[in-house]
Write a protein that binds this ligand. Structure first.
Ligand code: COI
Length: 353
């Protein structure tokens, strides 16, 4: 398919790279493509960033049939731009599509379309430390219809946002609140795919955590409220007695690409890395016995986010004296050095644009 290109005649003004926050500013162009049953995915185009006109009955607004991805483009010291494991994001997008009854995309085609878009908005990839261009591919259900069923028509779009750090704390440890009153997802539900509903489900508990002075929520399993699943919108890791532990993928946990990268690095470094069930009781006991060394989250937006405090009922645990642990630091530095081209990519994760 040929991609039609229409360039903006009104380029936006841009703030200084060092003033960037997360997800508030968008580049000059976007990629769009439509789906209908008779034409399949069609009309791929790069055009000026614009609103999407919608009928108030558009299905995505009512029933949340939407999937998305998040990845980043980084500027290296030599001025080139590169992506981190982008094909894994498009593979996961198609996996999410299957679960949400959305027609799948041609992964190679959308990846090459992203590269075209990045070439056009290349100057928007920031170069200040800890900045990047966040990429948000999204698919939404477009039928104007109020009956509950899968939509027949869809819009796929990619928007780009120059960003700074995700949490205001940056790489400093965050405070986490354990909830037993709310669950994010259950096995057999949507938790293992990247869809709007999971983030809607996280808001109420997230607001309660904020009101109590905590940055995010630690999610327990939806059945027994005993086993740890995720933290905020990230995967979670523990270091207990020199074992790196992350909850195994059980049907309600998102298979994070940063999660997978952390596990791959740990194996390369001969660290004992386990994907297994881990209960909140095991963590509390490890804290009491002194074997709980580190807790950190992993995700595209923040990469690695150390946890300095965990509040569970009446217990308030200080983790590593509230300081960044050595493994969290090593993963953060190794991953970001690869992403920004400061270190050789021996894992085959980098794609040049
Ligand atoms: C991540 O990249 O860690 C996330 O899932 C956050 C994103 C939804 C902003």
């Amino acid at each position: 398919m040929q991609i039609a290109v229409k360039r903006t005649d009104k380029p936006k003004s841009r703030p200084d790279d060092s003033d960037l926050t997360f997800g508030t500013l968008f580049t000059d162009h976007m990629f769009n493509m439509d789906y209908s049953p008779d034409k399949g995915w069609h009309n791929p185009r790069i055009e000026p960033y614009a609103q999407i006109p919608m009928d108030p009955a558009t299905m995505v607004l009512h029933y949340g049939q939407a999937v998305f991805e998040g990845l980043k483009s980084y500027r290296t010291a030599s001025g080139d731009i590169q992506l981190f494991r982008p094909k894994d994001n498009f593979k996961r997008l198609n996996r999410s599509c299957r679960k949400l009854c959305i027609p799948e995309l041609d992964e190679e085609f959308v990846f090459s379309s992203l590269k075209e878009l990045l070439k056009i908005d290349e100057s928007w990839v920031p170069s200040a430390p800890e900045t990047s261009l966040y990429i948000r591919p999204t698919i939404i259900a477009m039928d104007p219809f109020l009956g509950v069923r899968a939509s027949n028509t869809y819009r796929f779009f990619i928007i780009l946002s120059p960003v700074g750090v995700y949490y205001k704390e940056g790489f400093n440890p965050v405070k986490i609140w354990v909830t037993k009153d709310h669950v994010r997802a259950v096995r057999g539900g949507l938790g293992e795919v990247k869809t709007a509903a999971n983030y809607a489900a996280s808001l109420f508990a997230g607001e309660q955590a904020h009101k109590n002075g905590y940055t995010q929520v630690l999610w327990l399993d939806g059945i027994e409220q005993r086993y740890i699943e995720e933290v905020g919108s990230m995967n979670i890791f523990f270091v207990i007695a020199d074992e790196l532990i992350t909850p195994m993928l059980n049907g309600s946990i998102l298979p994070g690409i940063t999660r997978d990268s952390v596990i791959a690095l740990a194996k390369k470094w001969n660290i004992k890395a386990s994907e297994r069930k881990i209960s909140i009781d095991e963590v509390l006991k490890a804290h009491v016995s002194g074997s709980l060394q580190e807790i950190f989250g992993s995700g595209t937006a923040a990469v690695i986010s150390p946890v300095g405090e965990l509040k569970c009922g009446d217990s308030v645990l200080s983790i590593g004296n509230g300081k960044v642990g050595p493994l969290a630091h090593r993963f953060f530095k190794t991953l970001t050095d690869i992403q920004y081209g400061k270190a050789k990519d021996s894992m085959g994760w980098i794609e040049p644009v």
